[in-house]
Design a protein around this ligand. Structure first.
Ligand code: G4P
Length: 538
């Protein structure tokens, strides 16, 4: 990048506080390198002091709470969190997302709280299923995407092939920002297209990047002297081809989600990470407007608004604490403020809001749009809730998804019905599971999008509520929320179909279906009834 750290610092000093926020998430298929990249970004922002801490932190957390065993055993990351760090006056709020598809609901909701996403792709594997799904969510929400093609220190696909895949598979314009010089055993480093710098290693090929050679261009002798001629010839050819085939970076197109800048790099060996972070600082979007009922909320409005995109209960099992993660959309938040909890119609004093850093938490005295604060509470706040300085408005776009797995809850010790219900209600508030109370019969049915969520429910009820449960199969395999324009029609339908109707935790009716065929069949037989796959959480 041609922009220097000093230039970024001068620019950021002149910004309004929210304009220097960069709130983003990393999306990827498991194993593409999300954890490694996160760690390197935190390291480059000085948020952690040594590599390996993101993983180590995860491990400490795992030993603290046993349910994380599932994570450990299966090598997946279940819970999302927020990591804030500062560099050259820019505040980066990195929202972590679970990579495993069974927890994709959590990821979808987290993506409602970001302004940009980094899509990490394994250079050898290309776009994998989970990346594609998450990409689609970003596209639906017009979230600008920056692509990081990782692991170029290993044998991978040809850069042109990798770029073409993104262009074709995702229907996005691509523009390369850095270019790999060789790959695998011939890997020499990365050429920065804009600054005409060559990033290489003193430690020999494949070592961590630690030398920046400014060069006049690809013809520079300093370059040919450094790397094998063969690789250079290939590079020159590629760059020529690439230069013709791909449009130059266009900020508007990027912000509108039509163009993705592509960084080739290696998170493990530090190639391309600096360029990526400077890019986000310089071009990455500042907090954008948020759609709400009736209007858009703009970040420069005076009054505070924010919404809960995630709730985590029992972070400390001894205290039964519950933290609601609130993304601020407008205004300047100050600790102690009284905010209106719109759904409940009540006011709450936010006395001990928390900022999350990589290694510690801190009381949040002041926060601006784009920031995420953790609000400790006793269960009042849940995913989808809006907080305002009095206005009756709901942030929209946080969906609950129709579950694809339904199970009846079996309680081993019948004396613990109360604890089980409390536990399930709590976990439903977190968004981990959905609960349905059948109109006939008393055993609750739970619904999830991915089967692994069930394991987490069993484990957490055991650890946090000392309650052992199991799940029995039911004849249903999906649920749809039921709506109709006519209240009378709706009541008639629900009455006639009592055996298949249940209420969700907000007492909204759902119809339980036995098969996909039945969804179509019953839908066609009842044209006045709407069967919805998603429901806005309000
Ligand atoms: P994830 O969070 O997306 O699941 O991926 P993670 O960062 O855990 O990386 C998955 C594996 O890929 C790790 O190896 C990691 O070291 C490796 N990796 C990440 N970035 C690069 C890169 O740029 N180059 C190369 N060559 N490897 C990379 P692992 O063996 O599974 O774990 P570990 O034993 O190294 O910790």
């Amino acid at each position: 990048m041609s922009v220097t750290d000093a230039e970024i610092a001068t620019k950021s000093a002149a910004m309004r506080p929210y304009e220097n926020r960069r709130t983003f998430a990393i999306i990827s298929h498991p194993d593409a390198g999300k954890t490694t990249l996160t760690e390197k970004l935190l390291l480059s922002g000085g948020a952690i002091r040594q590599a390996g801490q993101v993983r180590a932190r995860g491990e400490r957390r795992r030993t603290r709470s046993d349910w994380m065993k599932i994570e450990q055993e299966r090598g997946i990351s279940v819970s999302s969190s927020v990591m804030t760090f500062e560099r050259d006056g820019i505040i980066f709020n990195l929202l972590d997302t679970p990579g495993h598809e069974d927890f994709s609901e959590d990821t979808y909701r987290t993506l409602t709280a970001v302004d940009a996403a980094i899509m990490v792709i394994d250079a050898a594997k290309g776009i994998e299923t989970q990346t594609r799904k998450l990409f689609e969510v970003c596209r639906l929400r017009d979230i600008p995407i920056i692509t990081f093609i990782n692991k170029i220190d290993r044998e991978g696909r040809h850069p042109l092939e990798a770029l073409d895949e993104i262009q074709e598979a995702l229907a996005l314009d691509v523009t390369p920002m850095t270019w790999p010089v060789g790959m695998g055993s011939d890997f020499f480093g990365v050429y920065d297209w804009k600054s005409k710098e060559f990033l290489t290693s003193d430690a020999g090929r494949g070592g961590p990047f630690n030398v920046v050679k400014p060069v006049s261009g690809l013809e520079d002798e300093a370059l040919t002297g450094t790397v094998f001629d063969r690789v250079m010839d290939e590079l020159n050819e590629n760059v020529e081809l690439g230069g013709e085939a791909y449009p130059p970076f266009d900020r508007e197109a990027f912000l509108e989600g039509h163009m993705t800048p592509v960084f080739f790099g290696s998170a493990l060996r530090d190639y391309g990470v600096e360029e990526l972070i400077r890019f986000i600082a310089t071009f990455g979007p500042a907090p954008h407007s948020q759609q709400a009922t009736g209007r858009k909320i703009l970040p420069d409005e005076d009054k505070v608004t924010g919404f809960v995109f995630k709730v985590q209960a029992n972070m400390d099992p001894k205290h039964r604490d519950r933290i609601a993660f609130v993304r601020l959309c407008s205004g300047t938040f100050r600790r102690g403020m009284k905010l209106k909890h719109v759904r409940a119609g009540k006011s709450i004093a936010v006395a001990a809001p928390i900022f999350f850093f990589a290694e510690e938490r801190e009381l949040a005295e002041t926060a601006y749009p784009g920031d995420v604060i953790g609000v400790p509470n006793h269960g009042q706040l849940r995913v989808g809730d809006t907080l305002t300085e009095g206005e009756e408005i709901h942030v929209t776009g946080l969906p609950a998804f129709a579950p694809e797995v339904l199970r009846r809850v079996r309680l081993t010790d019948t004396m613990r019905v109360k604890q089980m219900r409390q536990g399930l209600e709590d976990l439903a508030e977190e968004g981990l599971v959905q609960i349905f109370k059948p109109t006939i019969g008393s055993n609750w049915i739970v619904g999830v999008v991915g089967i692994l969520q069930l394991d987490v429910v069993i484990e957490r009820l055991k650890q946090e509520y000392a309650t052992e449960i199991g799940f029995d199969a039911v004849q249903y395999n999906t649920a749809r929320w039921v709506e109709a324009d006519s209240e009378l029609e709706l009541r008639k339908f629900l009455e006639t179909n009592r055996a298949n109707v249940a209420l969700d935790r907000d007492d909204k009716p759902v119809f339980l279906f036995k098969s996909a065929w039945e969804v179509t069949y019953i839908g066609e037989k009842n044209p006045d009834i709407r069967f919805r796959e998603t429901r806005e959480i309000v």
